[in-house]
Write a protein that binds this ligand. Structure first.
Ligand SMILES: Nc1ncnc2c1ncn2[C@@H]1O[C@H](COP(=O)(O)OP(=O)(O)OP(=O)(O)O)[C@@H](O)[C@H]1O
Length: 280
């Protein structure tokens, strides 16, 4: 397959989420690490975009900058036109480490309700949102359980329920299924797509799993090795109805996977020239 077989999804116009020239350098402990060199991309309303890149490419750093949890050293992130300068109200994040993101002393329902309390959602509405979110992730029966009484996959469902109960415009997911078994992972991938389609959220999903990125996304952004730039923005022209066995068996799925794999391999050895004043 040649590179012309794969369409670029790069957008020139601005989207719901705009990442513009984002740069992040960590300083401290006598060390300077330029984690993100210069990232620019947009994600439109209702899109599901995946980000892949080699380990250490700065994917988590990028997501933290987007979520307003870390200030970028340069550039800016805009959500709905407004500059992100702290955690914005319309954004929710699902992290990889569900074990550390749920409070063990709170019930499942209380964990899900906590961000809603902080948002001052009235109690009856809160209860309805918690119940709806649990229903959506297939956990209607466990509101009074504690997270540690649930399996890893169930805990990650609770973390997803907490995120969607918040009714975010943008859902950020940072390698959310890396710590669960293959069967659970497949179920959670399908859950993510069905929630995305039913709720109309914009989803930015970070993974190092190329198959997962192609299976889930409408686009796959391939990041270079650190310091990071966007190497390619691949349009995933697979049918919208996806199913674990039949979609992955499509010749087009194999082509896209091979293409993204080649790009990620290239990304590992793709290094940009050092920026003035920074050393890795
Ligand atoms: N708080 C920090 N202080 C200093 N350097 C950091 C910090 N967090 C991350 N880094 C460095 O920034 C670079 C990018 O790290 P980051 O965790 O963002 O990459 P990643 O692509 O998410 O990695 P992985 O796929 O392995 O999870 C790495 O070199 C890392 O050591």
């Amino acid at each position: 397959m040649t590179s012309t077989d794969v369409k670029s999804a790069v957008r020139a116009d601005s989207g719901l989420l705009d990442v513009r020239g984002v740069q992040k350098t960590y300083y401290g402990s006598g060390r300077t690490v330029e984690a993100v060199r210069d990232l620019t991309f947009s994600v439109g309303t209702g899109e599901l975009a995946c980000i892949v890149g080699p380990s250490g490419a700065g994917k988590t750093t990028l997501l933290k900058c987007i979520a307003g949890l870390l200030p970028p050293t340069g550039g800016e992130v805009r959500l709905g036109g407004a500059r992100v300068q702290g955690p914005p109200p319309g954004m929710a994040v699902v992290f990889q480490e569900y074990g550390r993101s749920l409070f063990p002393w709170m019930t499942v329902a209380d964990n899900i309700a906590l961000p809603l309390k902080q948002k001052r959602t009235p109690k009856p509405r809160r209860a309805a949102l918690v119940a709806e979110a649990l229903e959506s992730v297939g956990l209607r029966d466990v509101p009074h359980a504690y997270p540690w009484q649930l399996s890893g996959g169930m805990q990650q469902r609770v973390a997803i329920a907490r995120a969607i109960a918040y009714e975010p415009d943008v859902l950020l997911m940072d390698e959310p299924f890396a710590a669960v078994d293959a069967q659970t992972r497949a179920e959670l991938e399908d859950l993510t797509r069905s929630l995305w389609r039913n709720l109309g959220m914009t989803v930015l999903f970070v993974t190092h799993d190329i198959d997962e990125a192609v299976y889930l996304g409408q686009r796959v952004l391939v990041l270079s090795g650190s310091p990071t730039v966007v190497m390619e923005d691949v349009a995933v022209d697979l049918p919208a109805e996806r199913e674990q066995l039949s979609t992955r068996a499509l010749p087009r799925f194999a082509e896209l996977r091979a293409h993204v794999y080649e790009q990620v391999q290239r990304a590992k050895t793709f290094h940009t020239a050092p920026a003035a004043g920074a050393s890795a």
